[in-house]
Design a protein around this ligand. Structure first.
Ligand SMILES: Cc1cc2nc3c(=O)[nH]c(=O)nc-3n(C[C@H](O)[C@H](O)[C@H](O)COP(=O)(O)OP(=O)(O)OC[C@H]3O[C@@H](n4cnc5c(N)ncnc54)[C@H](O)[C@@H]3O)c2cc1C
Length: 406
């Protein structure tokens, strides 16, 4: 097993004993990541979406890790899933972004809010990797403030009709089913979530290629022009859209924080390898003290990112037991915001350190560290920006009366 990943499992096993089954799942995650590494790098070099990675994930059952067994998953808790994301993050965030949307924003939202029929139809095939999910909240004019979204729905007979545009949607052009958030044309401030077939008539999907990273992940713009969907497409009940969105984001943010640990580990592994092989001024660069400082910084970042993230993951297990407990929800929001804010900044800093250790080669697409650097930047933006995380942390500390973004 990869060494840093094994260290994480051993450190946590001392605090919270993993079952044989959990250890087997984590061993499979390790094997799947090994198997994905080569294709992920090849697709990255070609700037193409990697559709081999989901196939490998399916082979090892990765896409159902936190999904309940009765819906085709493995029934693991948040800590095991966080460790899985950590290992996958070592490859960069292409597949990790796919996973976050497929599993956290998509699958767990349907598991939590869906009807039994929806779980059968959408969750089971997603957990088994047979269908791809997307989560379409953001719009060109509604990002950090999703409540200002403009996509509209209208009831016409036994159907709903959707009109509007969704922007920056991960898995958007490859998804079989998209969770779409829209507001009622008839009822003020009523926002609902719908599960929409990706091939619906009137839905145009355009891949966005002009990103500065995440080349192996699909990002798309979706245009809905009179898209008619059946009444039973509503997820979580009419008017419950923002509850669905926020609970999905809470899961997703923990996934982002966990993947950031992987970015830091990937940076550390690459920095150590380069320091022990590159010679300048007649010495291995690892013997220059200023290079050692970069390596020490990355190692410190790893320690600082891991524990808030693991703590949030452990705390989530309690939250899941009583999801209507307001104090518990607030605590989960705080812990998750802390983990995402801390881990994403440290991931970006660590990727910057390793690029420096690599020197000019680090600035090339051909080096293994380019993806870590470019991909890590997005973690400070998607699923809630740094600033929104800071506002959430401050609001939890000062009290909701001080919430600056309501
Ligand atoms: C690669 C990628 C994939 C994505 N995937 C998805 C997806 O699958 N589904 C989805 O729905 N969305 C997705 N997003 C969208 C992402 O969640 C948004 O980009 C993010 O929420 C920020 O919104 P914005 O880009 O509109 O920035 P804006 O909201 O316009 O923010 C601009 C700046 O203003 C700051 N700001 C905004 N409001 C405040 C405030 N009240 N106080 C202080 N500062 C503030 C922000 O922090 C930021 O620094 C993705 C984005 C990217 C880049």
């Amino acid at each position: 097993m990869e060494q840093l990943f094994q260290n994480s499992i051993e450190d946590l096993n001392g605090l919270r004993h993993f079952s044989e089954e959990e250890l087997r799942i984590l061993d499979n995650v390790d094997k799947a990541t090994e198997e994905m590494a080569e294709s992920e790098f090849e697709y990255y070099l070609r700037h193409e979406v990697n559709m081999d990675a989901p196939r490998i994930a399916r082979k090892y059952g990765l896409l159902g890790i936190p999904v309940k067994k009765e819906y085709g998953g493995l029934g693991s808790n948040h800590l095991v899933t966080a460790l899985a994301k950590e290992r996958l993050g070592q490859l960069g965030l292409g597949f990790s972004s796919f996973f976050n949307v497929q599993v956290f924003l998509g699958g767990l939202s349907i598991q939590h809010w869906g009807t039994e029929a929806q779980k059968e139809r959408y969750l089971k095939p997603a957990a088994q990797g047979d269908k791809v999910l997307a989560f379409a909240l953001t719009e060109p004019e509604a990002g950090s403030d999703p409540t200002s979204l403009k996509t509209e729905y209208e009831k016409r007979g036994g159907s709903y009709v959707l009109n509007g545009t969704k922007y920056l949607i991960t898995n958007g052009s490859i998804a079989d089913h998209v969770i779409v958030f829209a507001r009622s044309k008839a009822v003020q401030n009523e926002i609902s979530a719908f599960i929409v077939d990706g091939k619906s008539a009137g839905l145009d999907r355009m891949r966005l290629r002009e990103k500065i990273g995440l080349y192996t992940s699909d990002t798309a713009m979706l245009e809905f022009k009179d898209v008619e969907i059946p009444e039973e497409s509503v997820l979580g009940g009419v008017g419950k859209g923002m509850h669905v969105a926020y609970s999905g984001l809470l899961n997703g943010r923990l996934g982002v924080a966990s993947a950031c640990i992987g970015i830091i580990e990937g940076s550390l592994n690459a920095a150590i390898a380069r320091a022990k092989e590159r010679v300048q001024h007649n010495k291995l660069i690892g013997k220059h003290q200023l290079i050692q400082r970069h390596i020490a910084e990355i190692r410190q970042n790893l320690e600082m990112a891991r524990w808030p993230t693991y703590f949030a993951a452990i705390q989530r297990a309690d939250y899941e037991k009583d999801i209507n407990n307001k104090a518990m929800i607030d605590e989960a929001e705080l812990r998750t915001a802390l983990a995402k804010k801390i881990a994403s900044r440290l991931a970006f800093e660590s990727a910057d350190h390793v690029v420096q250790v690599f020197g000019g080669f680090g600035y090339s697409f051909l080096s293994p560290v380019g993806a870590l650097f470019c991909d890590s930047r997005v973690t400070r933006i998607y699923e809630g920006t740094d600033e929104i995380m800071e506002l959430k942390i401050a609001a939890e500390v000062l009290g909701r009366d001080f919430e600056a973004f309501s």
